[in-house]
Design a protein around this ligand. Structure first.
Ligand code: PLP
Length: 310
């Protein structure tokens, strides 16, 4: 875990990084966040993957819930660099969170302050190294993804994650490594924290915004890589039954990176292992994440080397 956490402009020791019990976000879920990863690069430095895109989404999510982030995007970027450096990490997961702090109780949040913290920690493969290599077992859960008429699926807002939490508990208790949610219409939406792709006859399809997805940054990266490799990628409604006849399925997300699915609802996907298209995209994606790709080098935002001690 972070030894120091950046809170509202200051680096605070882990044990002092506290919030008040009357923090509005604690009561009503009024906060937004990002999950970002930084990777050690072959030259011994560190690069934050698609940093600007994550910061943009954080500010967009905040705006959608009427929060003005009390720092500029540049300040958040610099604070992230500082937090990584001060924690002495080369590769890590980064969690910036913008939240309504302690203030007047009640649902109206606009008189509560907007607070920000950034925590970093070392975090291995979210769905396991074995899962990333050979694929995971997933199941469609009974919970549907939140509808566009109830909340804002394109916002990465904490309260909305109760939906993912219920789905995760259901799939985990049933013995699966990940749950897949359908949208309100019954089409495939996404995993509890990942976007989903199917491969059929060499063509790739992924649900679009009609299906209440979160617009994943790794989803966009996978689309770009797949297209650069010559694959056709279509954003469209994906029927549940297509999961059962797909040749390959994979998921993308900051935590899970690119993880193949080898079984859905106890049925093997294709040959019941990570397929060749998935592996090809995954290999290029891993190169991009770890700074081994010239083509996607600008996806990594380099953490400046710390100034030498004087
Ligand atoms: C619900 C949900 N869908 C998709 C994603 C994937 O998004 P990204 O690739 O930006 O991490 C995430 C993770 O942030 C998520 O929580």
């Amino acid at each position: 875990m972070s030894q120091v956490i950046w809170m509202n402009g200051e680096l605070v020791p882990y044990e002092d990084a506290k919030v008040h019990v009357l923090t509005h976000a604690l009561h009503y879920g009024t906060s937004v966040f990002e999950g970002v990863r930084a990777y050690e690069t072959p030259d011994g430095g560190t690069g934050v993957f698609r940093h600007a895109d994550h910061i943009d989404r954080l500010f967009r999510s905040a705006a959608l819930y009427h929060m003005d982030v009390p720092f500029s995007k540049d300040e958040i970027r610099a604070a992230t660099f500082e937090t990584i450096t001060r924690n002495g990490l080369k590769s890590c997961y980064i969690r910036p969170l913008v939240y309504r702090g302690a203030g007047p109780m009640g649902l109206y949040p606009l008189d509560c302050p907007v607070d920000v913290f950034i925590a970093v920690w070392e975090w291995g493969s979210y769905l396991g190294d074995e899962g990333k290599k050979n694929g995971i077992r997933a199941a469609v859960v009974s919970w549907r993804k939140i509808g566009q008429d109830a909340l804002i699926p394109i916002a990465k807002a904490n309260g909305q994650y109760l939906n993912s939490v219920l789905a995760k508990i259901e799939s985990e208790k049933a013995g699966y490594e990940e749950g897949i949610l359908l949208d309100q219409r019954g089409f495939v939406c996404e995993g509890t924290g990942e976007n989903l792709f199917i491969v059929k006859d060499g063509k790739i399809a992924t649900p679009g915004f009609n299906s209440s997805i979160l617009g994943g940054i790794n989803r966009l990266s996978a689309i770009t890589i797949a297209q650069d490799l010559g694959y056709e990628v279509v954003e469209r409604d994906v029927a549940r039954g297509e999961l059962y006849i797909a040749d390959e399925i994979f998921m993308t997300g900051t935590a899970a990176e690119l993880t193949p699915i080898r079984e859905v609802d106890d049925l093997p996907v294709g040959q019941g292992e990570a397929g060749p298209v998935t592996r090809e995209i995954q290999a290029a994606f891993e190169d991009a994440l770890h700074g081994r790709s010239e083509r996607y080098a600008d996806w990594l935002d380099r953490v400046p080397a710390p100034a030498p001690a004087s």
